[in-house]
Design a protein around this ligand. Sequence first.
Ligand SMILES: NC(=O)c1ccc[n+]([C@@H]2O[C@H](COP(=O)([O-])OP(=O)(O)OC[C@H]3O[C@@H](n4cnc5c(N)ncnc54)[C@H](O)[C@@H]3O)[C@@H](O)[C@H]2O)c1
Ligand SMILES: N[C@@H](CCC=O)C(=O)O
Length: 546
Amino acid sequence: MDARTSVPPPVNEPVRSYAPGSPERASLAARLEEMAAAEPVELTACIGGERRLPGGESFEVTMPSDHHHVLGRSAHATAEDAAAAVQAAQAAAPGWAELPFDERAAVFLRAADLLAGPWRDTLNAATMLGQGKTVQQAEIDAACELIDFLRFNVAFAAQIHEVQPISSPGVWNRTDYRPLDGFVYAITPFNFTAIAANLPTAPALMGNTVVWKPSPTQQLAASLTMDLLTAAGLPAGVINLLPGDGLAVSDVVLPHRELAGLHFTGSAATFQHLWQEIGRNISGYAAYPRIVGETGGKDFIVVHPSADPAVARTAMIRGAFEYSGQKCSAASRAYVARSVWDQIRGELVEITDGLAVGDVRDLSAFTSAVIDQRAWTKHRDAIERARADATCEIVAGGTVDDSVGWFVRPTIIVSDDPGNEVFNTEYFGPILGVLVYDDADFDRVLEVVDSGAPYGLTGAVIADDRDAVLRASRALRHAAGNFYVNDKPTGAVVGQQPFGGSRTSGTNDKAGSMWNLIRWTSPRSIKETLVPPTSVGYPHMGPEAS
Ligand SMILES: NC(=O)c1ccc[n+]([C@@H]2O[C@H](COP(=O)([O-])OP(=O)(O)OC[C@H]3O[C@@H](n4cnc5c(N)ncnc54)[C@H](O)[C@@H]3O)[C@@H](O)[C@H]2O)c1
Ligand SMILES: N[C@@H](CCC=O)C(=O)O
């Protein structure tokens, strides 16, 4: 409970263009070159503010687009590291929870401003080199989305604190937005620096302390994010970073009595495993852990006969192939009316086959390599299966090359079998399945889209006919937590399109919104009677009752 002043009203961080000749391009290019030329850096854990290498087996962080290029060296956190991180989180908890909200908020507002200014090139360059993002994709993630998460969450948290109960005469009721009764475990994916930072910082803003386990392939940007938060004044022990695969960490953290919450983003399979582990341990917790998880997708684009062909083509290419399709929101299945398909097929294939796919240091690249050998192999195998499948035709891409980086050409597979794996399996890469339907079958195809995959994350309808938009919106109400009309299904902006999906895609708690922050507080209702009664009797008992 604390008195607060008003917080700065947030606005979305403007996306810089990095166009040739722009000052931001020159500045970023210089930092990129400097970081790429540097000796591999040591990517340490941060436990109670102390930076040190964990005790487990070492691993290297390499460039996806140049896999011989080692950017950093780290090691897997052990059970001992995990126990130390939990202890550090517990030790920091009372002081952090007692700090007035404004003081906590100031740390994250400061981090946002540092990132918008002197840290921008560094985190963008780390995200480009370590996670294989082009400059545009790094800018919308590591700079803008992360700055937005930090600033908007402060404003959303302040709004939550303002939600207070009514009080009847003689009584003052209050809601005390307590942190959870224990620590939060944040496990984050490789593909977004912003998500990796949001998952530990959102619970921390609400007064919790956190054990943060980022993805090994995101470790370079994760380590720098920890440095940024420290530079912004985050006290030691509030967020404790543990590098590595997390297996030994989970053995310690998941059954821990004080585990109060899991904040996860990653694949559905990993989330289900973690949830099962929590379920297995349910009788051993001090309080029921909150479970928030955003997972995979099989995101769709439905193209109606009334669609503008250029809009459909652009949404398909950008939606499917930006960041090589490694966004949970990426379009990976498209259902296209035959009349539109006949108009766009030629250009769609020509543009896709012409996309510049290269090293992230080449700022003219449209996209780059997939994240690692495992992803590359998965895509190579999926393409080979499609090549051998009589119901599939690979009309664009279909080639892979691992000689320098983990490259998979943007690939379009047309199939007339709606049950084919290209329409229901999340590959998490640059493969788009296309089903061409007869114009008269729009309503039937909406049913196929709705039931064709187990996910419910993002989707788009491309149509100029308002009635078609309405029919799609109704039929696909539960098929996507983020639904787009005449746009690609990627690129949600904090504060504008709160992000998340249901079904197998997650708990839909909408990252970067009030709904997510609510999960990290355990409200306490306080009633204070201003002039308390001093006699036991009630009027109905008569004047003699005392
Ligand atoms: N819905 C969303 O908002 C969203 C956003 C980004 C990514 N994703 C999804 O994430 C997936 C891609 O990311 P990924 O490859 O990093 O996912 P992943 O599930 O392989 O890994 C996610 C994280 O879990 C960790 N992990 C795995 N097993 C663990 C264990 N037993 N204990 C502790 N940590 C463990 C990994 O090391 C990593 O940090 C895709 O399915 C994508 O759709 C979803
Ligand atoms: N929020 C991002 C996707 C995050 C998942 O990878 C988008 O909307 O494109």
